[in-house]
Design a protein around this ligand. Structure first.
Ligand code: T46
Length: 131
């Protein structure tokens, strides 16, 4: 598989489940940013880029969506559909996200602040970067 899935320990008690993300404890990098994607309309496909340096963990905290991942040689489809599973995306990986269920909330924990210059948005440029 191109990217690793991280299983987070579920805590909580008889009232509910609870998961805590702790920088460099159960995440393999310093956390600079957290964002979440919700209300994605039916049929929408997003992403279509790679990152030069960014490391991220994507967690479907509610419902599910699919990830298409491509390292230039291999392609994978991954369905992170559990709030205790994080998809670690690091290195030069082309990603696309699709098949969002209507109630999907995709939370992403990132190693850097938002930086448009870190994006590679053209697939041919992505392949050249890998050479
Ligand atoms: C990624 C996948 C999984 C910001 O202003 N700050 C932010 O931190 C982010 C992530 C986005 N934005 C703005 C930039 C765009 O105007 O929000 C808008 C939507 O972002 P974008 O089109 O990049 O969203 P996705 O779903 O294509 O990609 C996002 C992340 O950008 C990307 O790093 O790996 O989710």
């Amino acid at each position: 598989m191109i990217c690793k899935l991280i299983d987070f320990k579920i805590m909580g008690d008889e009232r509910s489940s609870l998961i805590a993300l702790e920088e460099n404890n159960n995440t393999p990098f310093d956390i600079k940013r957290v964002y979440y994607i919700f209300g994605t309309k039916s049929g929408v496909r997003r992403g279509f880029h790679a990152h030069k340096d960014l490391k991220q963990i994507a967690i479907c905290v509610s419902a599910s969506c699919k990830f298409h991942l491509d390292d230039g040689k291999n392609k994978n489809e991954i369905l992170p559909d559990s709030p205790n599973q994080g998809l670690l995306i690091e290195g030069l990986i082309w990603r696309e996200m699709y098949d969002f269920s209507p109630d999907c909330v995709l939370m992403v924990v990132a190693s850097e602040y938002y930086d448009n210059d870190d994006y590679i948005k053209d697939y041919e440029t992505f392949l050249k970067e890998l050479e």
